[in-house]
Design a protein. Sequence first.
Length: 119
Amino acid sequence: MKKTAVIGASPNPDRYSHKAVQALVKSGFDCVAIGLKQGQIDGIPIQLNPIDTSTIDTVSLYVGPKNQQAWREMILKIHPNRVIFNPGTENPEFESELILNGIAVEHACTLVLLSTGQF
């Protein structure tokens, strides 16, 4: 399975990023949780400064446009095959930059993609 990074991961079980990490793991995906607050999601540590991002295939964004600047450089450095912009994270400027760098952009909900077998 290809590795997925959830950016904006939260230890709060009510947050969709938390639910996405749980759903990815339940579906058998290798998942990295990256966020601003330390904690864990079902035993997966939320990393503040991820060490090994070399094998990440997909980034699932749960950070709104005004807070994406802090993550842009890291995402471009990771150079995943695709970035999923979950509802509320759409950012045309950043999306254009990703496309120019050969990274596919998808407007979708990670949870819906997983539940319908389209992830």
